[in-house]
Structure formats: C-alpha cells, structure tokens
Design a protein around this ligand. Sequence first.
Ligand code: BGC
Length: 359
Amino acid sequence: MRAITVKPGVAGSARLATVDDPRPAAGQALLATIEVGICGTDHEILAGGHGEAPRGSPWLIPGHECLARVLEAPEGCGLRPGQLVAPTVRRPCGQPRCYPCAHDHPDMCISLQYTERGIQGAHGYQCERFAEWPRYLVPLPDGFADFGVLMEPTSVVTKAIEEAARVQRARLAWEPQRALVTGAGPVGLLAAMLLRLRHLDVTVYDRDAADHPRAQAVRALGAAYVCSADAELAQVAGADGVDWIVECTGARALVFGALQALAPAGVLCLLGVSGAGVSLEVPADAINLGLVLRNGLVFGSVNASREAFAQAGQSLAVAEANWPGWLAGLVSVRVPPADVASAIGGGPERIKTAVRWAG
Ligand code: BGC
C-alpha cells in the first residue's frame, strides 16, 4: 500500500513510499484512512526536529489526526464495516508503576515511556490502511465526513477545557464570564469554539491581520479577534483580568503575558509547545504575588483520553448545529498523498491542511 514515510531527525526526508499492507492481529480492526490533518507537531517531524521511528524500523509513518472508515471489525466489538471512526493517538507505557496508563489514561502517563502513533515510537495514519484495537477507535456519525478529521485536535482542547472546569468547580462556585485564547491556529479556533459553546465572552489574540481567514473564523463564532499589532495582551485583559485563558501558541511572551492577565480565581490552561532553549527576563516576583494573592490556577495539558475524544465528538455535533459549515471551513486545503511537499509547505491563508487518502 502507499504511505508517507519520514526518517526522524532528517529534514526533508518525507516520501510517498510503498510499504507492506497491515496485517490485523486477532481482535484488531482493519481501517481505510479517509484523511489525515497536519499540525505543528507534524511540521517539526517533517523538518527533522522531532519524532521517533518504531523499534526496528528506519522510518516512521507520520500522521496522528485521522478520520478513517472501518473495513473489517471483530464480531461484537461495536464497530461495523463502513462506519466512520477517529483513532486515538497515545498508547500506554505498560510500566508497572504508571497508574494513569493502567487506568486507561495514557494521556496522563507519568513514566513518559508512552508511544504515540505517528509521533513517538509507533507508525501513524498517513497511509492507505492500518490495523487497530477497537478500544482505540472512537465511532463517529456519518455526518462527520466533512470535519471528522478535526476530532484529534478537538479532543486535545476538550481535555484541557473540561479539566479546567472540573478543577475550578471543585475550588469554588465558579461563574466565568470572560475568556481569552492566545493563538488563532486550529487549536486556538477550536478552543474559542468550545468556550463559545459555554456561552463565554471570548476574545482571540494573534498576529494575523483582522481580515485574515482565521480572524474571520473567530468572528463567525460570535467571538472577538484582536491583532497583536493593535493592542498589548495586558490591554486586552484590562485591569480586571480574564477568568479563563487558553494559551495555544507556546510563544514565551504570550505565556508570561497570560500569567499576568488572569482575573482573581481565574484559570490558565497551557496548550502550546515552546521551542526549547531561549530565555526571557520576567517580573518573577510580581507574577508570583499576582498568582498567590488572586488564587490563580495554571496547568499544562497534552494529548487526550478516549473519554475526551467522545466528548469532543459531542461538542463537534453541537458546533455543527450552531454554525453549519464552520468546522468544514477550517480544513481549508486538501491535498493528495503524492503532494507531500505542498502539504508540508503551508501557506499564509491556510487554516488546516489535510492529506486526502480516500473518498
Ligand atoms: C498531538 C498530541 C500529542 C502531542 C505531543 C500533539 O500535536 O495532538 O496528541 O500528545 O503532540 O506529541
């Protein structure tokens, strides 16, 4: 079958190759890939800066944002041939002391010995077909054909949003009004969508000009968009601060700006991955004092459990009912597998690029 392969650590090594067909083990399902989204992590893998091939393989099949169709499924597993599914990404480490992995939460793995399909030690989904255990496949309604590829990034944001809400409600009778999302990429847009579904007053802050498709997508949700050339983050937060911030850029200035933009008893979810190695001078005392005296909550979040995938599916269905066509519009470019280079290349007007494997 056809697959995209990369040599981790080698920039520009992505190829469309012919590899062995998958051979499902007893109890596994066989899936046909429909499309696979490309995100910042994929860009890093394709640029040679990240990723690890499975043991014994010189190359990695990348791709972790996948929409697929069931070709064959074991009797009684709850999946039927023809059904749409989204596979999860992370697999448990199997280390005896890792209680999150033992309890179906590899997204919270504490040994950090997990594998991630398409990223870390396991092949991903940029290929025509793959085999998987049914417990890692989340069934989707047929109506998800145009936007089901957004399940994985939505699951990552859902995990962070649900966790923030749970922890805040455990701390106080929380009634957030204002939310701020830094970053208007797909993750930021999906965060804005989930916060709008909770009826918050949402502002999204990024570098793009106000007429950029991403800014237009923000406004279509009934949220506000502020271009960083027009206002500092502190101005956007105002003197009262913001109840709920979701940081989706990993840009150090925004991360530390967000730490100082929280309202009393506010929560900041950190979702953006930073490039390593650059220092920043910060007002450490003022940041600490502000967080302590205002009961600030800050936490990082990565990946998603199967439960978060299921919740993401519910939110996508509600979002599609609220803003028909908005989700499909986020997948702004679809390319065939042979066009790996342009899939990697990006473009100023793009929101999300996906590689299309089958109809
Ligand atoms: C993926 C996550 C993954 C993380 C770290 C992100 O791009 O969406 O599923 O856990 O990268 O590898």
